[in-house]
Design a protein around this ligand. Structure first.
Ligand code: FE
Length: 179
């Protein structure tokens, strides 16, 4: 009798631990969907080698705010960034390494106060990482070339991907499309 109670307690604790440590499964399922089916326009372009720089080098090249976001995984306050309400036609590139990350025609008004996109220009330009900071389970997105922190991806975006790439304006630069 005692043994079965101990057994039940162990099983319950294990299940709870598994539940609380499991990754953000819906977002990751949609991300895998995006990666596997790749609805993005620029297919098959692979990222070149990683761009690796020291903290000192990044500090010299980036503004304080860019460094705080890109290299220290900071977050700008909602509705304060340069691009949350920006509607020009063009491309958003990584502020650290210049990699083209998002196109303006994938940007949508999410109401969250940060620029939001439903997909990146090409799947390989972003890397995804589970983020359990601040007691939340989120999926961090980073620039695949320089590993700069961009923001997070959530599973409440519009079609066709159902994803919302919630990105700090501070990690982006906008390049206007020439007419
Ligand atoms: Fe980059």
């Amino acid at each position: 009798m005692k043994i079965s109670i101990v057994f039940l307690v162990i099983i319950s604790i294990t299940s709870l631990l598994i539940y609380f440590n499991s990754p953000d499964s819906t977002t990751m399922a949609k991300v895998s969907n995006l990666i596997n089916s790749d609805t993005t326009k620029h297919k098959g372009e692979s990222m070149n080698e990683k761009l690796v720089k020291t903290d000192e080098e990044w500090k010299k090249e980036l503004s304080q705010e860019q460094y705080r976001i890109l290299r220290e995984k900071g977050t700008e306050r909602a509705f304060t960034g340069k691009y949350w309400d920006h509607h020009e036609i063009g491309i958003y590139i990584c502020a650290a390494c210049g990699t083209e990350l998002f196109e303006s025609d994938t940007k949508f008004d999410s109401g969250c106060g940060w620029p939001s996109y439903f997909e990146p220009i090409e799947k390989n330009r972003i890397v995804y990482k589970e983020d359990k900071s601040f007691g939340m389970k989120r999926t961090e997105v980073m620039c695949a070339k320089c590993d700069g922190h961009l923001g997070h991806v959530f599973d409440d975006g519009p079609p066709p991907t159902g994803l919302r790439f919630c990105i700090n304006s501070g990690s982006l630069k906008f390049v206007l499309k020439e007419k």
